[in-house]
Design a protein. Structure first.
Length: 257
């Protein structure tokens, strides 16, 4: 509320409709009491703006009417705003100029000039050292670049000369992978055959245990086993008797023509 005083006018579209009655401070904020003489119905959404007029920047309050159907009553509070005027811009420019002057004064102080001079000397010294370092190592850098180029060419030549070997190695790997796949297939087939044989053996064992077939009867019928044993013993005795006296068992009749 800088520049606003008791008695300053309140205007609407350039026409004086009231004045500032009192200016007080309420909890650290300015509170302005204004009175209207010729204006009664003021919409509640109207704006009250502090602005400057004239070359001298005299302060007034301007009412900008709103469109609300509800109006202010006697004693109501309204929140105002400030419009930046020539005086405000002049003050801001003065403050900015003062800040620039402070910065310039700080930069041009003898101690700061000495520091900047030393910093520039340090930068110049560092630049000189870097230049000398580059010059002293120029041959080494060139040799390193040449070595890198040679290594790159050698690697390219090595790849080109061994291209056929690499391709053969890849082909051999492919063949080995195919052979491994075939071997895996054969193993699967052998496993299937073994499983089939196990099933058949299990079936044969079951039949033997149940007494099916000659072998089953021999295993499960003791009398059949004993009979077969006796038959074998008799056959052995007969063979021994034939060996001792063949004429007793083998008679041949010869007829001459």
């Amino acid at each position: 509320m800088m520049g606003l005083k008791k008695g300053n006018e309140v205007a609407l579209r350039g026409v004086r409709v009231g004045k500032v009655l009192e200016i007080e401070m309420d909890k650290g904020r300015p509170l302005v009491l204004i009175g209207f003489r010729y204006l009664r119905d003021i919409p509640k959404d109207s704006q009250i703006i502090l602005r400057s007029v004239g070359m001298l920047g005299e302060r007034i309050l301007e009412v900008r009417l709103g469109s609300s159907e509800e109006s202010f009553r006697d004693g109501d509070m309204a929140i105002g705003s400030t419009e930046l005027g020539i005086e405000d811009m002049t003050n801001d420019a003065a403050e900015m100029a003062h800040s620039i002057k402070v910065v310039i004064d700080s930069l041009t102080a003898p101690e700061n000039i000495s520091r900047m001079t030393n910093s520039l000397r340090s930068v110049d010294t560092t630049t000189t050292m870097l230049r000398e370092l580059m010059l002293s190592n120029e041959s080494k850098l060139a040799a390193s670049i040449d070595n890198l180029s040679t290594a790159t060419r050698d690697a390219s030549s090595l790849m080109a000369s061994n291209k056929a070997r690499i391709e053969r190695s890849v082909a051999n790997l492919d063949e080995a992978a195919a052979g491994l796949a075939r071997a895996s297939e054969n193993v699967e087939k052998a496993t299937a055959s073994l499983e089939t044989a196990m099933v058949n053996l299990e079936a044969i064992t079951t039949k033997i245990n149940e007494g099916d077939g000659t072998l089953g009867r021999l295993v499960n019928d003791p009398s059949a086993y004993d009979g077969m044993t006796r038959s074998i013993a008799n056959a052995d005795s007969l063979i021994e008797a034939i060996k001792r006296d063949p004429g007793r068992f083998l008679n041949f009749k010869l007829t001459l023509f």
